[in-house]
Ligand binder design. Structure first.
Ligand SMILES: Nc1ncnc2c1ncn2[C@@H]1O[C@H](COP(=O)(O)OP(=O)(O)OP(=O)(O)O)[C@@H](O)[C@H]1O
Length: 450
């Protein structure tokens, strides 16, 4: 008896102090059994059953049997996860995925879970993802990566509200914008992305018009860095020159392949032979408004140079292996000509807490009104929380893994030897001698002249 009391008390304390451990020790088993036992009654209570088929009703009437029960959507599987449970459910005829997404709140109450979402995985089947506790309260990224999660240009940035990992996948979504009010967590998200990219074979290029306070400490892993708007305009133009040189390499390789029967013909860097393939570049811009604002005629000219270069990079950069990550507080037409055009190219959209609806419309106005609303609802006491939207109209809440500047600096210093020297951007190579020598840099060969 005493042992039972001790176990129950221990479980209670664990649930209060460390919900992740509670879930993995007691919670998952208890929840799985409860879902299995209560499945039929919960589906009934949540209006997720349908009337028996006419055939069964007719047969029952002919034979004088009692009226057949409502039909249940079939429970295909229950999969425990690190943060919750996933159920595979085959829908009954006449049901659609919307019935289940409309019932998620009822399912949450009925199963006693913290959060429930649902999505159609294949025709007729929905996956119901349930989290057992508030996974975004203290983000703990999984230590073991999911199968297929490794890969160049794919980094784990945050946890989603359903407990899954949110990846920034540059090859799927080449260019992205992250918005948010001051103090909402943009810099922490940026650090997390850079920390994860540092270990990969990519060139990091940065524009930080806050005099470099965010990116300069990470300079050892950066191939080029601009810390004011004038240097940024030059750097962006140099990147356009690099992009054009890479296009020439691709063209030349296409001509070679065209003469070889059955040879694949590539239209981007990934199809180039390894010795010709340039290293991919991730360009990070902190506070885009600093590039777009001007007061004097000279600044206006510089702004135009920057915006034109950025629009060209966003339009054409993907095939040349150039990817953009833009951070800012706002990103709307008030920043002047070219900004709306640039935004249309930035298919990845993330918004941290914003001060007004118009800011969140800048991220999601053309994607989903629900996402616009969700971004305005992010609480002040949840820095790092954000809404991510996709061009398909889907969106989800995430929270970035808290990453200190110290952690990011340590990762960048550790992988400084992976920093390629980009010939076109060599003059923007940060001077890190003040902090010690850069470890032997891997010199990337310049794209061969055509
Ligand atoms: N993912 C997170 N988890 C926990 N705390 C966070 C997270 N992100 C940010 N914070 C907290 O919020 C504070 C402000 O975050 P951050 O500096 O990233 O904001 P910001 O949007 O870049 O602000 P600004 O635009 O003024 O630079 C951080 O010092 C950190 O304490």
């Amino acid at each position: 008896m005493l042992a039972v009391v001790l176990v129950v008390a221990g479980a209670g304390v664990l649930r209060w102090r460390c919900p992740a451990w509670f879930w993995m020790t007691f919670g998952v088993l208890y929840a799985a059994v409860r879902v299995r036992v209560r499945y039929a009654s919960v589906m009934d209570a949540c209006d997720l059953t349908v009337a028996a088929s006419r055939f069964r009703l007719t047969v029952a009437r002919w034979l004088g049997w009692s009226v057949p029960r409502q039909r249940l959507p079939r429970l295909l599987w229950i999969k425990p996860t690190r943060t919750g449970l996933r159920l595979g459910v085959r829908m009954c005829p006449g049901q659609d995925a919307f019935d289940f997404s409309a019932a998620t709140d009822r399912l949450r109450h009925a199963f006693g879970m913290y959060q429930v979402t649902s999505r159609e995985t294949k025709s007729g089947t929905v996956e119901i993802a349930m989290t057992g506790y508030d996974v975004l309260k203290r983000v703990q990224m999984p230590v073991r990566r999911e199968r297929g999660a490794r890969g160049v240009l794919r980094v784990a940035v945050a946890l989603c509200e359903d407990g899954s990992v949110h990846y920034r996948d540059y090859r799927q979504v080449p260019h992205a914008i992250t918005l948010g009010a001051s103090g909402s967590g943009k810099s922490v998200t940026q650090r997390r992305v850079i920390k994860e990219l540092a270990a990969q074979r990519v060139a990091l290029v940065g524009v930080d018009c806050k005099n470099g306070v965010e990116l300069a400490p990470l300079a050892r892993r950066f191939s080029a860095l601009a810390d004011d708007a004038d240097a940024a305009a030059d750097l962006l133009e140099a990147l356009v020159v690099r992009m054009e040189a890479i296009y020439q390499v691709i063209r030349r390789e296409q001509r070679v392949s065209a003469d070889v029967p059955d040879a694949e013909i590539t239209a981007d860097i990934w199809g180039l032979p390894e010795h010709l393939r340039p290293v991919p570049v991730v360009l990070t811009i902190d506070e885009i408004a600093e590039l777009a604002l001007y007061t004097t005629a000279a600044e206006k000219k510089r702004r135009e140079r920057s915006v034109v270069a950025l629009v060209r990079l966003a339009q054409l950069g993907r095939a040349a292996g150039i990817f953009l990550d833009i951070y800012g507080q706002r990103f709307g037409s008030e920043l002047g000509d070219g900004i709306t055009m640039l935004r249309a190219q930035l298919t990845g959209r993330m918004s941290h807490r914003v001060n007004d609806e118009s800011s969140s419309k800048m991220a999601f106005g053309d994607i989903s009104p629900h996402a616009v609303f969700a971004a305005t609802q992010i609480r002040n006491d949840r820095p790092g929380m954000a809404v991510v939207g996709y061009s398909s109209g889907e969106w989800t809440r995430i929270r970035a893994a808290n990453t200190s500047l110290r952690e990011a600096v340590t990762a960048c210093n550790k992988h400084a030897d992976l920093t390629p020297v980009l010939p076109e951007l060599a003059r923007f190579r940060p001077d890190v001698d003040a902090g010690g020598p850069v470890a032997a840099a891997a010199v990337e060969s310049a794209p061969a002249p055509v």
